[in-house]
Write a new protein. Structure first.
Length: 336
């Protein structure tokens, strides 16, 4: 087993998943504005440090994805943020893309940027304590999209990113996100997600990526949010599993789903069912942002100094996600 494979397995071991706390300053400001908290450097650090020092970090969170600002900050205990994360046995990760920009040649679609200077940035992040990274490609579904151009361009960028990350002795989280926005059916989502993932692995193989040393972060297969075409959680789970079984090479150790706009309960219930039906060797876990943080953020906003109360809310959500990653979640446990 390679060192990269060991890191990937450590992040997703025993019902653990990833806390995606890599919101850019702009995105975090929007989240804080929505709950009437001033988005100062101090407040952003306070909220994140509250989560990172929670009890559930030890058993539920194997990895934390940070943003450039956060990985360089010092906690109130005088530890660096990566040191604080390491005290719970969790692995520090870092978002390394610089965001999705308009794709030349298909101006209604996006291409993710950030390859320029990436090799040098990775060296710096490694020294700061990062051992895994994240890069997100985004794809929209309509009668015209995602185009072949968007599918290939983003797959190529994800592969070039993964290659540089593995060269730097870190695990790349490969995130091709087919967005929920739109009026497409679950079948459309299944077909487009299959095409996107398939092309990603074509490019990863072309770039000689060690697939045992990556984590795939895909969307679940869902109908578009404006489609009015609801499907059952069982159908979501079965379609998602079918898509991954048909398109992900068996050498990939783990899959950590993004929540992609689902509510925290939906994201938990769907993950639980995926694990109940999982007949593969893939570890199926979570890499959630809002679905792990939102309830804690709402509670915290009422009194930002109520650290223990905020941690209790976060611990509950993290425990529910961890149970779902083992197929052991239930509505009864949710309401305890």
């Amino acid at each position: 087993m390679s060192e990269l494979n060991n890191i990937a397995l450590k992040i997703l071991a025993k019902g653990k998943g990833i806390l995606a706390a890599d919101e850019s300053t702009g995105t975090m400001t929007k989240r804080l504005d929505a709950v009437n908290v001033s988005s100062t450097t101090k407040n952003r650090l306070l909220f994140r440090e509250t989560l990172f020092s929670s009890e559930s970090m030890k058993n539920c969170v194997g990895g934390v994805i940070l943003y450039d600002e956060t990985i360089k900050q010092i906690s109130s205990s005088k530890k660096t943020i990566p040191e604080l994360i390491a005290t719970s046995g969790s692995v520090t990760g870092i978002k390394v893309d610089t965001g999705a920009k308009v794709l030349a040649g298909s101006t209604e679609e996006k291409i993710t940027e950030g390859l320029d200077g990436l090799r040098e940035r990775l060296k710096e992040y490694y020294k700061l304590g990062a051992r895994f990274t994240k890069w997100r490609g985004v794809y929209s579904i309509s009668d015209k999209y995602p185009s072949k151009l968007a599918i290939l361009s983003n797959a190529h960028a994800l592969a070039r990113y993964a290659s540089l990350v593995q060269e730097s002795n870190m695990v790349p989280v490969v995130e091709p996100e087919v967005l929920m926005d739109g009026n497409h059916s679950a079948e459309d989502c299944f077909n487009k997600t299959s095409e996107v993932i398939n092309k990603c692995f074509e490019e990863l193989n072309l770039h000689k990526i060690d697939l045992t040393g990556i984590i795939l972060k895909p969307n679940m297969v869902l109908p578009g949010t404006n489609s009015g075409k609801k499907i059952s959680n069982e159908e979501v789970a079965k379609l998602t599993l079918k898509c991954l079984k048909e398109n992900v090479p068996k050498s990939v150790p783990g899959i950590a789903f993004l929540s992609g706009g689902q509510s925290d309960i939906e994201a938990t219930e769907n993950l639980n069912l995926i694990n109940k039906y999982n007949d593969t060797n893939f570890i199926m876990s979570y890499s959630y942002g809002r679905a792990l943080q939102q309830s804690a953020l709402k509670f915290w906003s009422k009194d930002i100094n109520n650290i223990k109360g905020t941690q209790a809310v976060f611990n509950h959500r993290a425990n529910m996600c961890s149970l779902a990653a083992q197929g052991k979640w239930s509505k009864e446990l949710e309401e305890k």
